[in-house]
Design a protein around this ligand. Structure first.
Ligand code: C2O
Ligand code: CU
Length: 510
């Protein structure tokens, strides 16, 4: 009897300890779930401006860049250097810049010890040059994609896209901007690093001086950090020397949705979205950007003043584990005593997207839920959608569960026809390649597949919350010529190339 009693007591103690520990962990998780850094960031470091990447132009007119992926260590304000990855440096990468009509080539070398890729987010280009999971670059190997720039001026970006490992590679620091120019002369601030700035916003969590990419138990969207880096600078300030500055804001974060506004609530002009200039500037004092999205904003600054770019909780979502209740100080703008004159933002900027009245060749339904789409989990061998060259399609994309999801598609820029049951807000009136979808809502997108058909080389569509993407919330589509059959998809692996016959999914929910 005594032994039995002891056993019961022992089991009881263990149960109490486990339950207590678990309760304590949950309580701790809740207590730590909301972050506020407002008023706590020192803004002691000048904002780093990524250099413009050098390039050479050969006799045939091809502009060639070199990008070397490498490991290094970076001062991220942790007392000692943080191990990081970067392009042509220890963290992040240079800004590539090219003009519509130019042929570009990028010589990439992989100097890190993992297979990676480099994807040109927002770029219209052949699938084989896209840098998705089908174009892996092994450690020590090179890859030299080449294509012709043929899309409006825009703020694009580049980042790795290795199968299942994108979150880690981006988090370690592999990302940079790719700015496109065109012949549309618009009176906006346009001198790089003077009145026109790249603003790559990324939140990081640290474990001592190391980047901590372990998401907490309830952080279903992935890692959220309490340190916001802009172009890799913690606590950055920017000395403004002109009456207006153009900020090309990239949400380069793994999981965080920002609602950008200034501490004094000043209005600013949103002049561009992912795919280029908006038809007209939109005056606002707040702007939502989810991971992968970009916006260009023009901000008025008065002599001698200071104002802080912040993120406040996005309205309509109170889930503290997705960062929706966080308040963050991001970047301080400091007006010089005398400011050079800047142009007034023009009332019209660029032609509006024109797909609303197009004949629609096919309508696709894509739903995002948990860690897969309605086609199933991402499968490198399965083609989910076969689109036809030179046709316009409607994609109805639904956020089917209670999580935060957005939607990104490669190769094309889309026009938003309907957003969550209504007409799109003015900031979504231009070309987009990534869009936040509120929980339970559907967005109606229209896009046209042009120029590049390759029935055996897929493009991706996916949620750009990188943990979801890695878990399988991604699908593949090919662009085929009319009547063309989908070819065998060349499926890479880390040891070499496997050739597998493509399986074309029926497109019905599994
Ligand atoms: Cu920015 Cu498929 O990625
Ligand atoms: Cu998602």
């Amino acid at each position: 009897m005594r032994t039995a009693l002891k056993l019961v007591l022992a089991i009881g103690t263990v149960v109490v300890l486990v339950i207590g520990g678990f309760t304590a962990y949950i309580a701790w998780s809740f207590a730590n779930a909301s972050i506020s850094t407002v008023g706590e960031v020192e803004f002691a470091r000048p904002l780093a401006i990524p250099p413009l990447a050098k390039s050479t132009v050969d006799a045939a007119g091809v502009r060639t860049f070199d990008l070397a992926m490498q490991a290094g260590a970076t001062d991220l304000g942790r007392g000692e250097p943080t191990p990081t990855w970067g392009f042509n440096g220890a963290f992040l990468g240079p800004t590539l810049r090219a003009t519509r009509g130019e042929q570009v080539k990028v010589n990439i070398t992989n100097g890190i010890d993992e297979t990676s890729t480099v994807h040109w987010h927002g770029m219209h280009l052949p699938a084989g040059m896209d840098g998705g999971p089908h174009q892996p670059i092994a450690p020590g190997a090179n890859w030299s994609p080449q294509w012709t720039i043929d899309q409006p001026a825009a703020s694009l970006w580049y980042h790795p896209h290795p199968h299942g490992e994108t979150a880690k590679h981006v988090y370690r620091g592999l990302a940079g901007m790719f700015i496109l120019d065109d012949a549309n002369e618009v009176a906006l601030p346009k001198t790089y690093g003077v009145d026109d700035f790249p603003i790559m916003v990324q939140d990081k969590a640290f474990d001592g001086s190391k980047l901590d990419d372990r998401a907490g138990l309830f952080q279903s969207t992935g890692i959220l950090g309490d340190t916001v880096l802009v172009n890799g600078t913690p606590g950055p300030f920017l000395d403004v020397t002109s009456e207006r500055v153009r900020l090309r804001v990239v949400n380069g974060s793994n999981a965080r949705v920002y609602r950008f506004h200034f501490d004094d609530n000043r209005p600013y002009a949103v002049v561009a979205s992912d795919g280029g200039l908006l038809p007209a500037p939109v005056e606002t004092n707040e702007l939502l950007l989810s991971p992968g999205e970009r916006a260009e904003i023009v901000v008025d600054v008065r002599p001698g003043e200071r104002t802080v770019l912040q993120s406040t909780p996005p309205t309509g979502d109170s889930n503290r584990f997705t960062g929706a209740s966080d308040r963050l100080d991001i970047l301080e703008l400091r007006g010089a005593q005398t400011l050079t004159a800047s142009p007034v933002v023009p009332a019209t900027l660029a032609p509006a997207p024109d797909l609303a009245d197009d004949t629609v060749g096919a309508t696709r339904n894509v739903s995002l839920g948990g860690s897969n789409t309605n086609f199933g989990k991402m499968d490198l061998e399965r083609v989910d959608i076969v689109s036809t060259l030179d046709t316009t399609e409607t994609w109805n994309v639904t956020n089917a569960d209670g999580q935060v999801h957005n939607f990104h598609i490669h190769d094309v820029q889309f026009q938003v026809i309907r957003y969550a049951g209504g007409p799109p807000p003015a900031v979504l009136a231009g070309w987009k390649d990534t869009i936040l979808i509120p929980q339970g809502e559907t967005v109606e997108l229209r896009m046209r597949f042009t120029d590049f058909a390759d029935a055996s080389s897929p493009y991706m569509f996916h949620c750009h919350l990188l943990r979801h993407e890695d878990q399988g919330l991604m699908g593949q589509f090919v662009v085929a010529r009319p009547g063309e059959k989908v070819g065998a998809i060349d499926v890479p692996d880390h040891d070499g190339d496997d050739h597998a016959a493509a399986e074309v999914s029926t497109g019905h929910a599994h």
